[in-house]
Ligand binder design. Structure first.
Ligand code: 5AD
Ligand code: SF4
Length: 490
């Protein structure tokens, strides 16, 4: 999943002081690292803190409470957290000179993995809280406020999901047009390079009822596009109202029935869990966007085996063929690791060959980073850093050429764009194409939240530029499928 900043929602709530009585408002600054699941969790943390009188702020100096929602997937991410804590220490000291308090919390996967070590290495930290305990934040903050160092890293995913559902039942508030919804957490796959099974725990799915209720409420509060999240989202399973076992394909079909929900996406998937029904959903559902992030990590059978991916490169090619047969215009994306222990030039060449054959619309690539406690860390033949760097550069050149070609192929097309926010320049709005590309165009602000037919007139380095070709009403009634057809005739 991709690094991004949270869009912290400012929730108006009755102001209260620490004793719970009405008084001054407090400010919370949340910084999010890592995947979209963290973005979703950060939003939920600000939601739980709102009734405590906390308002979100983008200004660190102004914060009574700072929360770093961390990622542990690669080494540098944890190091970034420690250096950020160094910077926060200075701000906290400056506030103390002005007679103002600042509490500091570390949440997310670094919190889960390192626990008390964080408070030891960074004494300014008052609260360490793992991903499954966010619903307990108010109580834990009260403890930390009373001077106790709080470290809370219990695994209790059911309690978290239960609480998310209670939050979803709170009064409807305005939300941005594109939002995340966690449907599954954890992972049982144990790829030998990965910490997720240890930091996020076993694979658990939220119930159909919880998900549908939350999606309906999101739609009622202005959300037009939902991205279903899970570390292994396509391993999601549940029991439908019909008493039958549902997979993700069936769930998507149910969500596609919700009024106002025009776009559905899901991430991140594992090739082994792409079943026939999910592939068929890409063929059948106009609201399921033509984009799929399907990490393969390596194109070498030897390395795939050592990674415990439990599929071959041929399995992956066959899968891609079936997906493209169901949805010919789909944009494929992937994750790649270079320099996994034992990776030879020949193995790396197999990865480059796989990329050439698949032709990705975009991809994310990383140097292998040894994670303590994972089987990969104990393997012989760790690859030297300079070789990893050279392979990464070569792979990124190839992927970036493919991305440019994919973007360029959209020139002159007309496609639906969900207008999400103000754009870079005055008078511009920014949105997303069906293929998850950023699109900038001139359009009036009142169209934020609508889906518009847009002609792609220029291809930039990071975004496409478009022109509004027809004004829709605010409900943006354009059918993605209909526009897709027109686009391919163009
Ligand atoms: N080293 C490098 N990359 C990793 N990823 C996960 N663990 C590691 C690691 N130890 C990458 C994988 C995964 C993405 C989220 O992060 O490509 O799909
Ligand atoms: Fe990590 Fe593999 Fe699970 Fe993905 S499938 S979260 S890479 S262990």
């Amino acid at each position: 999943m991709r690094p991004s900043r949270p869009e912290v929602e400012i929730v108006e709530a009755p102001a209260q002081d620490e004793t719970g009585s009405p008084g001054r408002k407090r400010k919370v600054f949340v910084r999010t690292y890592g995947c979209q699941m963290n973005v979703y969790d950060s939003d939920r943390m600000t939601d739980v803190l709102a009734p405590e009188g906390f308002q979100a702020t983008e200004d660190l100096e102004d914060a009574d409470l700072v929360i770093l929602n961390t990622c542990h997937i690669r080494e540098k991410a944890a190091e970034k957290v420690y250096s950020e804590l160094g910077r926060i220490r200075k701000v906290k000291e400056e506030r103390a000179r002005q007679g103002k308090d600042m509490m500091v919390g570390v949440a997310g996967c670094v919190a889960q993995a390192e626990g008390e070590e964080i408070a030891r290495r960074a004494p300014i930290v008052d609260l360490v809280i793992g991903p499954q305990s966010y619903h307990r934040l108010p109580g834990l903050l009260a403890k930390a406020g009373a001077g106790e160092k709080v470290v809370e890293t219990e695994f209790d995913i059911d309690a978290k999901f239960e609480h998310l559902s209670e939050q979803a039942a709170a009064p409807v508030k305005k939300r941005p047009p594109a939002a995340f919804l966690t449907v599954q957490e954890g992972c049982d796959k144990f790829c030998t390079f990965c910490v997720v099974p240890y930091t996020r725990g076993a694979e658990v799915s939220r119930s159909v009822e919880q998900i549908v209720t939350e999606a309906e409420r999101m739609a009622a509060s202005g959300v037009r596009e939902i991205t279903l999240l899970g570390q292994n989202v396509n391993a999601w399973h549940g029991e439908g109202a019909d008493g039958k076992a549902w997979g993700l394909g069936r769930l998507l079909r149910r969500l596609a029935e919700i009024d106002g929900l025009d776009r559905l996406r899901y991430t991140t998937s594992h090739p082994r869990d792409m079943d026939d029904d999910l592939i068929a959903a890409h063929r059948d559902l106009t609201s399921l966007m033509p984009y799929l992030h399907l990490p393969v990590q390596s194109g070498s059978d030897r390395i795939l085996k050592a990674m415990n991916r439990r599929h071959t490169r041929e399995d992956y090619f066959r899968l891609i063929d079936r997906i493209r047969e169901a949805a010919p215009d789909i944009a494929l994306s992937g994750d790649f690791i270079v320099g996994f222990p034992g990776e030879t030039d020949r193995d790396f060449e197999d990865t480059m060959d796989l990329i050439r054959r698949v032709e990705y619309g975009s991809a994310f690539s990383f140097k292998y980073s040894s994670r303590p406690g994972t089987p990969g860390a104990a393997m012989d033949d760790q690859v030297p850093e300079d070789i990893k760097s050279a392979r990464l550069a070569a792979l990124q050149d190839l992927v970036s050429a493919q991305q440019k070609a994919f973007n360029a192929s959209r020139l002159g097309m007309t496609c639906d764009v969900l207008l999400e926010r103000k754009g870079r320049n005055p008078g511009q709005l920014a949105g997303k194409s069906p293929w998850l590309q950023a699109v900038q165009l001139d359009a009036p602000e009142n169209l934020i939240g609508s889906i518009q037919a847009v002609e792609i007139i220029e291809i930039g380095a990071n975004s496409l530029f478009g022109r509004l070709i027809e004004r829709q009403d605010e409900s943006g009634s354009t059918r993605p499928g209909a526009i897709k057809e027109a686009a391919f005739d163009a």
